[in-house]
Design a protein. Structure first.
Length: 143
């Protein structure tokens, strides 16, 4: 009984830590490092100034929505749906700055704008996929 109480208290003490938004560095260390730590699936490694230069030039208005929506081999939010949009944005800023960027901490307004761009991109891709699927189906029916 004493062990159960101790374990319950330990878990209760941890809850506030999970309820707070994580820093970009923490998100990187918990999630992004899997691919961006070593360039897995062509992800630009953190600190690789040459690989990040093009992305930095594109700017946060392009790379944060891509991280939220998913891009090429990267799934949405780096395959961690528990992350808030702000946490993802902070991680992108953290990695971009480690690669030579000079971006400021994202604001709530930035994150709202980036979420809107990510959602628009997702809807465009879904519409495109539905259209492609319909055409393929129609071609098969004609045969």
């Amino acid at each position: 009984m004493k062990r159960i109480l101790t374990a319950t208290l330990a878990l209760a003490a941890m809850v506030p830590a999970f309820a707070e938004d994580l820093s970009g560095e923490k998100v990187y260390n918990y999630t992004c490092i899997v691919c961006h730590g070593n360039g897995l699936l062509h992800a630009p490694p953190k600190g690789d100034k040459q690989r990040w230069a093009k992305l930095i030039k594109e700017g946060l208005d392009e790379i944060v929505p891509a991280a939220l929506h998913g891009e090429r081999a990267m799934p949405p939010k780096g395959n961690n749906p528990n992350l808030s949009d702000m946490e993802v944005a902070r991680a992108v800023v953290y990695m971009a700055n480690a690669g030579g960027g000079k971006f400021a901490e994202p604001t709530a307004a930035d994150v709202v704008r980036w979420r809107e761009k990510a959602d628009a991109k997702r809807l465009k891709h879904e519409k495109h996929r539905k259209h492609d699927g319909r055409e393929k189906y129609e071609k098969l029916e004609k045969k």
